[in-house]
Design a protein around this ligand. Structure first.
Ligand code: DQA
Length: 150
């Protein structure tokens, strides 16, 4: 399948809608993906969306992005964000822009969530706006890709 942007959902994010609604709201991963496809249509771009709870599979999907035409990545790595140097190294291999997103306002939560070990491989982070974090992340990614192509 040919696509422009790769959307990556990490560990436990398939459980959105069944997690703490005070933190994450009630939107499911399906709702998030629908909002992303709608925004992609507005932007005139194609998405490939991938979710896994297995860190190695996430690393391998990132490796594939080197050769499958991916022009940019939006990633919510879930809890891996805070400790996975493996995913940092995988993202570091890419030369395309990567935008980090989170549903919740991670900087306002427990201190272990204040650290993102993947942030050095990302050009920016959007957090705290629920589903809209993803939509804003996709818009931001598209803007960065357009700016880099001029
Ligand atoms: C999350 C924030 C992480 O700290 C947490 O482990 C998640 C979800 C978010 O989208 O707000 O699983 O990435």
């Amino acid at each position: 399948m040919s696509h422009d942007y790769l959307i990556l959902h990490g560990i436990n994010l398939n459980m959105f809608g069944r997690r703490d609604a005070r933190v994450y709201g009630t939107a499911t991963l399906d709702d998030i993906n629908k909002a992303l496809y709608t925004e992609a249509q507005n932007l005139g771009v194609q998405l490939d969306i991938f979710q896994t709870n297995v860190e190695g599979l996430m690393a391998e999907r990132i490796h594939q992005a080197l050769d499958d035409g991916t022009k940019g990545v939006v990633i919510n790595a879930g809890a891996w964000t805070h400790y996975s140097y493996g995913l940092l190294d995988a993202l570091d291999i890419l030369s395309v822009p990567v935008v980090e997103v989170h549903m919740s306002h991670v900087a306002g939560r427990e201190s272990f969530r204040h650290v993102s070990v993947i942030a050095p491989a990302c050009c920016g982070t959007i957090a705290g706006f629920g589903i809209n974090s993803y939509v804003l992340g996709l818009k931001a990614l598209h803007q960065v890709v357009l700016e880099r192509s001029v």
